[in-house]
Every structure is written in C-alpha cells, then in structure tokens.
Design a protein around this ligand. Structure first.
Ligand code: 3HC
Length: 295
C-alpha cells in the first residue's frame, strides 16, 4: 500500500501547511473547503510561503511551481473520492469531525486511509463515525507545518499495521520525522508541552519572574527556540485553553488545569498573535510584554 494522492480537509493554518508539504512530497493534493473564499485564503498562504522560500534562496522557482501545479482546491467532497489518504484539519470540535468522516465514508473509496490532525481529541472517538476504523489513524502535524520536522502517527486499537506503515512512509516522504504513539489524549508532545506552558503561567502568577525573564530563561537556559509566553501567543491562548480543558477532563490531574490568568485572558479576547495581543502586544516592534496580573 503506497500513498500517492492526498486530500486535505480544511485550509486554515494547519490544513494549508499539510497540503503544501504533501504537494512538496510529489503527491497530487486536493484541498476541500466550505467556501471559495476560504480556499483562496489557504492557497494564498501556501503561495506566500513558497514565494518567500524562493526569495530566501531555500527553494528553487521550479520546485515552487511544481508544488503549486500539484495542488487543487474544491468545495465538493466527491473530489476526494479517489484519494489514497484523506487528512482532516478542521476546527477542534468532536461532532464536526465525526460528521465530516461520516460524510467522507459515503463518497471516498473503501481503500482510502482516513486521518485526523487533531491535537487533543480521541482518534478512537472520531474514527467510530467512519465506515473504516481499521483504516483510520491520527497524523498530528506541528505549527508552522512547513518548518516543523515532526509528525505524530497515532494508532488506535484497531489500526491495521499496513495502514500505519503507509502513513509512516508518507510522513517520511514529506521530509519529516514520524514518531509512533498510541491514542492517549495529547499523544506524546502535548502530554509534555501543555503542563510546561501552563506551569510558566503559574510561575508568572506566583511572581517567580517577569514574562521576558521566564521566556529568556527557557530560550537561553534550555535552548528552546521560543520561550513559553512567545509560544503561547504563537499557538493561541484559546487553543491552549481548549486543549488543557480536554486533557484535564481526561486525566483529572492538576498539572493540566488551566491557570486563572489564562482563562481571564481568553475570556477577554487577548488570544495572542492572532488577536494582536496576548502576553505581548504585537502592535509594536519588538512586541511589548503585557502585565495582566494586576488587572
Ligand atoms: N521556505 C523555506 N524555508 C524557510 C521559509 C520558507 N518560506 N521560511 C523560513 N525558512 C527556513 C529558514 O531559512 C530557516 O532555515 P535554516 O534553519 O536552515 O536557517 C528556518 O526555516 C527557520 O526560519 P526563520 O529563521 O525565519 O525563523 P526562526 O529561526 O525564528 O524559527 C520557528 C521559526 C521555526 C517557528 C521557531 O521559532 C520554532 O521552532 N518555534 C517553536 C515552534 C513550536 O514549538 N511549534 C509547535 C507548537 S505546538 C503545536 O503545534 C501542537 C499543537 O497541537 C498545539
């Protein structure tokens, strides 16, 4: 079993990145979106990334053009019917994902492998809405997808070995390193990353150090590319809050509980880079740390 053609559902930040790396691996890739406007936005993001790669001398113009020629957009599910692999990257909502795979099961070839890019929902719970649990797995990419070198390949109790092997081979073809993991909430990376970034907020709440000092501590002391507050703003505070909630519900462990400051910031709409303000204010260059503790 070899994956040659790919369908990606959703052209947001993750979906467009996944479609890009799939096409860069030489796979004809079809992106499904709910509207032409969203599709255009996703395609523009890909084009922009590839163009900047050419400008930086990281990518040859021919490679960019070949990647773009392998990408197709659609708003019709039936256009994914012959894809060897269909990867879902829509919003983190269990019932929306289940509805999607139930619909995809009706139009896609029985041989198609289905994958979800969920970061925290149960692959098993999503899978049971599809017609092919044994051909279903998780493929968890990291943000920004074109630059991050890891993909978690998540098997369930019933995933066939040959399906997992085909997925591992596909991930390697994208130039990324797969790690195998089983279907436990948060998989490997978020199991370790989420308590770490929540602890950074608790350290701030406890007066251990300022935002810049805690960020500098982890960047310069541990060699992390971003400190925890820069990373929180990058991932989105709402996304982190949501993932922490799912992990806390599953494990009932205090280390997954969202600190009050995170909750207050999410409710107030300070979500990080996407809203212009989070732990830093991005209206200024360089971004300025925001002290919300006294508010
Ligand atoms: N095309 C090709 N290459 C490009 C490129 C482009 N358009 N843009 C940048 N690059 C290359 C650069 O040339 C550089 O290559 P080099 O290492 O060979 O010099 C490399 O990519 C890094 O690019 P930059 O120098 O522009 O950027 P930084 O060095 O500042 O790195 C970063 C940016 C990769 C985002 C880095 O800050 C990082 O790794 N941050 C951490 C991100 C992270 O932790 N992500 C995971 C989030 S958690 C998640 O996603 C899980 C979810 O479930 C929540």
């Amino acid at each position: 079993m070899k994956i040659r053609t790919v369908g990606v559902i959703g052209s947001g930040l993750m979906g467009s990145g996944i479609a890009q790396v799939s096409a860069q691996a030489g796979c004809p890739t079809t992106i499904l979106e709910v509207s032409k406007e969203l599709l255009d936005k996703g395609m523009q993001r890909i084009q922009g990334f590839l163009d900047s790669g050419v400008d930086k001398g990281k990518l040859r113009p021919e490679a960019r053009d070949r990647t773009l020629s392998l990408l197709k957009g659609t708003t019709e599910m039936k256009d994914l019917s012959e894809c060897d692999l269909v990867i879902e990257a829509i919003t983190e909502n269990l019932s929306a994902k289940r509805d999607l795979f139930s619909a995809a099961s009706k139009v896609c070839s029985e041989k198609s492998i289905f994958a979800s890019n969920t970061s925290s929902l149960s692959i098993t719970e999503i899978m049971t809405a599809s017609s092919r649990p044994e051909r279903f797995l998780g493929l968890h990419f990291f943000n920004p997808v074109p630059l991050m070198k890891l993909v978690e390949v998540v098997r369930t109790i019933v995933t066939q070995d040959e399906v997992e092997s085909a997925a591992l081979e596909f991930v390697r073809a994208t130039g990324k390193t797969p790690i195998r993991t089983s279907d436990r909430t948060g998989f490997i990376v978020n199991r370790l990353l989420v308590p770490y970034i929540l602890d950074a907020i608790r350290a701030l709440e406890n007066g251990v150090g300022s935002i810049e000092e805690i960020d500098a501590g982890m960047r310069l002391g541990c060699g992390y590319p971003m400190g925890p507050f820069t990373l929180l703003d990058f991932v989105g505070l709402d996304t982190t809050y949501y993932i922490a909630g799912i992990m806390f519900d599953e494990f009932k462990e205090a280390r997954f509980a969202a600190p009050p400051l995170l909750k207050r910031m999410v409710l107030a709409g300070t979500l990080g880079r996407k809203s212009g303000k989070g732990f830093y204010d991005y209206s200024q260059d360089p971004p300025v740390p925001q002290n919300h503790l006294t508010a």
